[in-house]
Every structure is written in C-alpha cells, then in structure tokens.
Design a protein around this ligand. Structure first.
Ligand code: GAR
Length: 210
C-alpha cells in the first residue's frame, strides 16, 4: 500500500473521505500522517480519532516561507510518503518544496479548473452566472491550481444558491472524486506524464496496442 501524507488547514472533510476510502481492505493506499499549518484545524481531531498521527507546522513559528517549508520537508523525509494529498491546505507550495515530490502531489480544488483558480471560487461561479459547478483533482505543479487534471465532478447550480449552499453541494462530490483519484494514482492506473498531462496505463486497450 502506498504511503500517503495529507495536508490540511481546516475542517478536514476531504481528509476524512480519503481515510474512509483507505479503510477498505483492497484500497491501494494508507494515510500515515496528517500535517496542518493551523493548530486550530478541525481535521486534526478527526485524524487523531482515526488513529492517524498529526503534525502541526504553524507558519508564524518560522522566520520565512523557506524555513517553514524546510521544517515540513524534514518531517516528510522521516515519513517517506509515496504520495502527498493536499486537502484544503491553504498555502502555495514553492518549486523547491514540490521538486522532490514532483508528480506525486495531488490537490483538490473546488471549481472546474481552469475556471476559477484561487479563492472565493463559489461566489465567482455564481457571479459569472454558471449553471454548473464542481471540483477538480489535479497534480500539483508550481503554478497555482495549474497542474494536469486527474478527475472532475460536476453539480448543478440551483436557483437561490448562495456561496455556502453551492460549496456544500460541491463538497459532497469532492469526497468521492478525491477518493477515486487517489485510488487510480496509487494503483498505477494514471500518473503525471513528462508532457505535463495525465498518462493513463493499465487499460486493456493499451496492452492490445503495444
Ligand atoms: C474544500 O472545498 C477544498 O476543495 C478547498 O477547501 C475545502 C476544504 O474542506 N480547497 C481549496 O480551496 C484549495 N485552494 P475540508 O477541509 O473539509 O476538506
């Protein structure tokens, strides 16, 4: 089973969805630790309840972004993860941080990328008059919310929706999408290709063609 470290900053419902998926005996991954940049993140208690080790690295405890990331990298080296899942981790990782884990970091973003990268995605979708919204799981590259897309799920925008009601609808499909994406990456069905797109292997059609 692939070793996964999940990064959170908040409630951790996506982390819980991944942990629940990992609890199935045939799931190809396990969560070995949860890392948070916020000591108040609600997800920390949910991880602890599930017997998952937690580590907090508060940004303000370090003099610079580089020192903060270096401390996290040192902890990661001891955990030797195969995969890092960002699950509501609200900091942009530097290129230096990403490099040793290139192609092995997944993120979930609450919009249909490349629409609405960054913050306030649901309000921006409503302001744009979108009739659908959704989420994207993607590989993390240096640009914010820019890496190759692994999975997406769509929900309707309904009359009377607020940013909160839309966020709640999107969140339910985030949980399913993220667990499915982690399964496909962990079992080797897909990976980040050298061309910066997602390469899929392991389909019968691929074997016949080769
Ligand atoms: C989720 O909606 C996730 O997509 C979003 O934060 C929420 C975290 O919820 N992530 C981002 O906005 C990343 N920029 P959770 O803590 O309950 O998983």
């Amino acid at each position: 089973r692939k070793r996964v470290v999940v990064f959170i900053s908040g409630g951790g419902s996506n982390m819980v969805a991944l942990a629940d998926a990992c609890a199935a005996p045939d799931f190809p991954a396990e969560i070995v630790a949860v890392i948070s940049d916020k000591p108040t993140a609600g997800g920390l208690a949910k991880a602890a309840e599930r017997g998952i080790a937690t580590h907090v690295f508060e940004r303000r405890a370090y003099g610079s972004k580089g020192e903060h990331e270096a401390a996290i990298l040192a902890a990661l080296a001891a955990l030797s993860p195969d995969i890092i899942c960002l699950a509501g981790y609200m900091r942009l990782l530097s290129a230096d941080f990403i490099r040793p884990y290139e192609g092995r970091i997944l993120n979930i973003h609450p919009s249909l990328l490349p629409l609405f990268p960054g913050l306030h995605t649901h309000q921006r979708a409503l302001d744009a008059g979108m009739m659908v919204a959704g989420c994207t799981v993607h590989f993390v590259t240096e640009g914010m919310d820019e890496g190759p897309i692994v999975a997406q799920s769509v929900v309707p925008v309904l009359p009377g929706d607020t940013s909160d009601s839309l966020a709640a609808r999107v969140l339910t499909v985030e949980h399913r999408s993220y667990a499915q994406a982690l399964r496909l990456f962990a079992d080797g069905t897909l990976r980040m290709g050298a061309d910066g797109r997602v390469a899929r292997t392991g389909f019968a059609g691929d074997a016949a063609a080769s």
